[in-house]
Design a protein around this ligand. Structure first.
Ligand code: FHN
Length: 479
């Protein structure tokens, strides 16, 4: 009897959803997990990794190594032939997800198709994909989604909707030849590129952009959504060139069936503002991200795609301080890695992520689920969180002053101050709205950040963030 009653209640709750489609979400509900997550892994991976930033013995002079085909004007047939040899035998989707998890990352955004046009998933819209075009033959996107499912990691898809250099008709960023390798034909190639809206190979021009869009981009977006749309967290479009308002609307119409998918601001500009803004490679100014959802995407080295001669790896300390600063301004940090041709994340990046994960394992409380304070001082930054009947402020002290004293105005009286790492007491006094903190003299400062947790009297005021702001952040390669 009891069981029947429970079943009836469940059915009454589920029936309207089955009849009338998926539950409407408020913007706040939709963004909630993403806001709490704060830290994600961006993965740029495709056949460009086979070049590793080197073409015909020349290091690519400018731009990310994932742009090598365009920067060095590699002919379509040649690039396709290289791509057919993509055989990342070491790739293990579970290891990649575990790496992100151990680094304290809460979601992964993976390049399902970058500007070269190679799909990392089985596609009926173009055979230039990992399953049909290579001997490797495994659907990497499918492997990754399943690994994320197994490990409770949110998955997001990057998809290059406009640029596509191997499927005819796709847009091509206008880059001049002299940015690539020294080629005797560069003048000729440059003239051709100028006359053909960025394309450098006749094969790119045999269809219109509209045909490319309807034959490849839209069907592939549909393929990805029909397979994984219900569990997809994010879709990251990029370099919105050539795409019309009507075409962008067609994309958004498909996305209506997946109301939980968070969409970035790069589908088409300026009339498709998306759910969040995407400053690239840098931490924006506080005033530029006031009241909005935003995420900085950044490389762990100097290139999105794998570069065999990378020599500018960021240390864990930089990554962590960036993350804390971004969190103190209410943003997310999407940190990119580029696996190599065998499918391994370079060891320098792995080491860095390990350090980051270790620190976050002890101090993550100051990052996840926090809100912006907009306090960025000489000594460091501060995040805020509601907790129990009150709220807390996490002072992340990058540089402990010699006096051991820091002053902060968190807008509420402080009840208690402790060191996050061990809960030991920290002396403080409240005076005229400012709290004077005295860090223990015998304390060894944390080289990343010494985190002081302040228990505050009162709750945080409601925070209303907007998605559709008109703010525009520059996309580095979108010309
Ligand atoms: O051209 C791309 C680049 O290769 C990379 O994918 C980044 C990631 O945000 N987006 C474009 C440049 O802004």
């Amino acid at each position: 009897m009891k069981r029947t009653a429970i079943l009836l209640i469940i059915m009454t709750l589920l029936l309207p959803m089955a009849l009338f489609g998926k539950k409407e979400l408020t913007q706040e509900e939709k963004m909630a997990w993403w806001q709490d997550a704060r830290f994600g892994m961006f993965v740029h991976w495709g056949p460009y990794c086979l070049y590793g930033g080197v073409y015909n013995g020349h290091n690519q002079r400018r731009g990310g190594a994932e742009w090598i085909m365009n920067r060095c004007k590699i002919p379509v047939r040649e690039y396709r032939a290289t791509a057919s040899r993509f055989n990342p035998e070491d790739f293990n989707a579970d290891s990649l997800v575990a790496m992100a998890k151990d680094a304290g990352m809460k979601y992964i955004v993976f390049t399902t198709k970058h500007h070269d046009g190679f799909a990392m998933f089985k596609s009926d819209a173009s055979n230039f994909n990992i399953v049909d075009y290579t001997d490797y033959g495994r659907d990497i996107v499918d492997d990754l989604v399943k690994a994320c499912r197994r490990q409770g990691m949110k998955i997001g898809f990057y998809y290059s909707q406009s640029q596509d250099w191997c499927n005819p008709g796709g847009a091509a960023g206008k880059k001049a030849m002299w940015e690539g390798w020294e080629n005797r034909d560069s003048v000729e190639i440059n003239n051709y590129t100028k006359e053909h809206n960025g394309s450098w190979d006749y094969l790119q021009t045999t269809k219109s952009f509209d045909r490319y869009f309807h034959d490849v981009a839209l069907p592939q977006i549909k393929e990805l959504l029909s397979r994984y749309g219900d569990e997809l967290g994010v879709i990251f479009f990029d370099t919105p060139m050539s795409i019309t308002k009507e075409q962008a609307t067609e994309v958004m119409d498909i996305l209506k069936d997946y109301p939980q998918v968070i969409v970035n601001d790069r589908l088409r500009r300026p009339d498709f503002p998306g759910d969040y803004k995407t400053p690239e490679g840098r931490i924006p100014k506080k005033e530029d991200v006031d009241g909005i959802y935003w995420e900085t995407c950044m490389n762990i080295g100097s290139s999105w795609g794998y570069k065999s001669w990378e020599n500018a790896w960021k240390p864990g300390k930089t990554i962590l301080r960036n993350l804390l600063t971004i969190a103190s301004m209410g943003g997310n940090y999407l940190l990119n890695v580029g696996p190599d041709p065998q499918g391994n994340v370079p060891s320098e990046a792995r080491e860095c992520l390990k350090d980051v994960g270790e620190w976050l394992g002890k101090n993550g409380e100051a990052v996840y689920g926090t809100r912006r304070s907009n306090i960025v001082e000489d000594w460091g930054v501060c995040t805020l969180k509601d907790e129990g009947r009150g709220c807390v402020a996490y002072l992340c002290v990058f540089d402990v002053p010699e006096s051991g004293r820091i002053q902060v105005d968190v807008g509420m009286p402080v009840k208690k101050a402790t060191l996050l790492k061990d809960g030991s007491k920290v002396e403080f006094s409240n005076k005229g709205g400012v709290t004077d903190i005295r860090l223990p003299k015998d304390m060894s400062a944390d080289p990343i950040a010494t985190v002081v947790k302040l228990d505050l009297k009162g709750k945080l005021p409601p925070e209303k963030l907007i998605s559709n702001s008109e703010k525009v952040f520059r996309i580095v390669d979108a010309d």
